[in-house]
Design a protein around this ligand. Structure first.
Ligand code: GDP
Ligand code: MG
Length: 435
């Protein structure tokens, strides 16, 4: 899924004109990628319709190009598909009881080990209760896991009564801050399994029921989640085995219907292969644009700040003065590492003067002092600055002639680069600065 979406976004980023045709093509690519990942067809169609409507009808915010806007819409809608904001486990009482449910083989016991360690790192001391009386080696599996993590475990391989095990375990761990109850997830009949979950839930009185679903089953995850949610209120979901599963998108998007957030994803068999699930981060990564969100946000912020319109007009018409350069650098610096911003704009990455990305605050400060000792005339018409003026400016600023020359050199290079930008008719936050 990631590969295809990254390709689509790269393609989009490489387009010069964003029109209806391009939008439709992008949407087709996204549809293909999502369907391949087993996302439900109805969800895919709804999503594409929303993206299309927004992309074709919404006016991009000031300072954002049509292209950036489409990228952001795609990003927004995919994040929405996966539940918007990240939700954490909030342990707000003692003992906080988490009941793990899910079919056998979905990854409950493995995830409990991972969670145990995750919560341990957060300063909790989780204790685990084994109520799996179906799998002969269930207790042994947990014993090894908890021993290596130094966690408390309650279980009894000779006791075949899951409810009794739950009761006794809870009694033993009354004073712990956190209790995690593992269950079997297997019965001869599905109905018996669900009944057992209901009964265990009644005994444990969990603060949070965590449903574990195998991510390789794709959109079937929906039915599974619905079946479990009928027996007990599901508080959160873990989707496992997303490492190497081609159907991850299907499982992740399918569970939205039961109204419980995905809090973790499993990405491997090892103890550290657990990730707190954050739709925004997940989608950014999936789209292969790690920083797109923060870049767009920054661009939006800057667009809202006062942009010196007069200076921009002057620049576009080819008048680019030292003063313009200074205010432009200030704005660019606000956007963060300039190279990063430029890299996002196709073909721009290497158009920038080599060291422009290193215009540090320090340099800006130096340039400002130099400019302060220039006359208005010099600032507006830098070409009149000849040797004698260089000397005077350097003396006035308490710097060397070389410093003045460096500034002038810099100005020349930048002016040239900006001329190039202007020709490309950029509309983004950078183009805005030049308009
Ligand atoms: P349970 O029956 O629900 O307790 O499932 P287990 O925890 O015993 O896991 C069943 C199998 O899935 C084991 O072989 C695990 O190693 C494997 N497994 C669990 N989570 C993941 C995961 O995130 N990625 C991969 N690749 N395998 C996993
Ligand atoms: Mg198990």
């Amino acid at each position: 899924l990631g590969k295809n979406l990254t390709k689509t976004m790269k393609k989009l980023a490489g387009m010069t004109i964003i029109d209806e045709e391009v939008v439709k093509e992008v949407i087709k690519d996204i549809q293909r990628a999502l369907i391949q990942s087993d996302v439900n067809i109805k969800l895919v169609l709804n999503l594409s319709k929303t993206i299309e409507d927004r992309a074709l009808n919404e006016e991009p915010p000031k300072g954002v190009t049509a292209k950036e806007h489409v990228i952001k819409i795609v990003y927004d809608e995919l994040v929405h598909l996966l539940g918007d904001k990240a939700k954490e486990v909030e342990i707000d009482k003692k003992p906080y009881k988490i009941l793990f449910v899910g079919l056998q083989g979905s990854g409950k016991t493995t995830t409990i080990g991972k969670m145990g360690r995750y919560l341990q790192k957060k300063g909790f001391n989780p204790a685990i209760i084994c109520t799996d009386t179906w799998r002969p080696a269930a207790y042994e599996q947990l014993r090894q896991l908890t021993e290596s993590l130094n966690l408390s475990l309650y279980g009894d391989p000779d006791n075949q009564d899951a409810l009794d095990l739950a009761r006794k375990g809870l009694n033993e761990f009354k004073k712990q801050d956190l209790i995690i109850v593992d269950t079997a997830g297997r019965h001869k009949e599905e109905k018996d399994l669900l009944d057992e979950m209901e009964q265990i839930s009644a005994v444990v009185e969990p603060d949070e029921v965590m449903l574990v679903i195998d991510g390789t089953i794709g959109q079937q995850a929906r039915e599974q989640a619905l079946a479990f949610s009928k027996t007990t209120k599901i508080g959160s979901i873990v989707i496992t085995k997303l490492d190497g599963s081609a159907k991850g998108g299907g499982a992740l998007s399918a569970v939205s219907e039961i109204g419980a957030p995905i809090k973790f994803i499993g990405t491997g068999e090892k103890i550290e292969d657990l990730e707190a699930f954050d739709p925004e981060r997940f989608i950014s990564r999936l789209l292969g644009m790690g920083d797109i969100k923060s870049l767009i946000e920054r661009a939006e912020e800057i667009a809202e700040e006062d942009v010196d319109a007069e200076a921009m007009d002057a620049m576009l018409s080819g008048k680019f003065t030292l003063k313009d350069m200074y205010s432009q650098f200030e704005m660019m610096n606000k956007m963060g590492p300039m190279q990063q911003v430029m890299n996002l704009l196709p073909g721009m990455g290497n158009k920038l003067p080599k060291n422009a990305s290193q215009v540090t605050e320090e340099k800006l400060g130096k340039y400002k002092i130099l400019m302060d000792s220039m006359t208005e005339e010099e600032l507006a018409h830098p070409e009149i600055i000849k040797q004698s003026r260089v000397k005077r400016i350097a003396r006035g600023a308490g710097m060397r002639n070389e410093d003045v020359k460096e500034l002038l050199k810099y100005y020349q290079v930048t002016k040239k680069a900006i001329k190039g930008f202007g020709k490309r008719k950029m509309n983004g936050p950078l183009g805005q600065m030049m308009r």
